[in-house]
Design a protein around this ligand. Sequence first.
Ligand code: 3HC
Length: 269
Amino acid sequence: MAAGIAEVALLAGFEVVVRSRTERGAADLVAQVSKSLGKRVERGKLESHVRDTALQHLTTTTTLEDLSRGSIVIESVVEDYEQKMLLLRQLDSVMPVGSIIATNTSTLSVSDLALATLQPDRVCGIHFFNPATTMPLVEVIRPATASQSTIEAALAFVAACGKDAVLVRDDPGFIVNALLFPYLNNAIKMMERGTASIDDIDTAMKGGCNFPMGPFALLDLVGLDTSLSIIETLHAASGKDADRPAESLVRLVGEGHLGRKTGRGFHTY
Ligand code: 3HC
């Protein structure tokens, strides 16, 4: 997701500094962006000089302080409240006055994350979808603590990235994940009950609803660890037994089968 967001911002003409915890992580991200831009050039969708300029505007660092020239920062670390909260606190001390701090969280409370900082008025959610380079939508999440100027700056950034923004209150799952993940979780439970196979459920939702991919292919694309974390958050918010994560999802994550990124999830890649 971080590579996708960086690519979107680069193509919109922004200078992008990516902070990764390790040199290896930073190098992998540059390789991913470079490969993706290269594919666009090969397909004739991007001029090679635009790719070259975009890559010149990308720098990486392992030091948070190197982000301090930025006007907006988007964190997209693992979907874990403690880790996101600690990072936002650090960003709050590093980012200059007047800059925006955004979280790309899928379901965590943006208000709780904002209140962990000393300047919650400049914290909001900017939520991209997989694959970020292709999906047109970005949700801008407005916690009660955010100032109007923060929200306006976030909306302006999303528009500058060529994406369609929707503004949403800080409710669990926002718009898309609140509606999408109960469906994905129910597809797994349907398979577990023996109603139909993984392939047939995928085929049914593609052919029967014109969805671009079936629920199992989509779970694998999003990542099963991320999916489980989203479903757990929605379950905690509703408290309903029907929203409990499906057993196979919990098992696959426990076994380290996380979808496309590990080569195996509900499908094998
Ligand atoms: N990673 C990056 N880019 C990808 C990709 C991937 N895994 N798969 C496809 N793409 C890109 C291609 O490079 C291509 O880009 P281009 O138009 O710039 O050349 C574009 O997507 C279209 O690809 P294709 O024509 O080869 O493939 P499809 O027509 O089959 O489309 C898809 C692929 C866009 C992934 C389509 O199947 C789709 O829209 N699937 C649904 C995705 C979805 O619902 N995402 C939301 C998930 S929820 C979420 O992200 C929330 C978060 O909080 C977890």
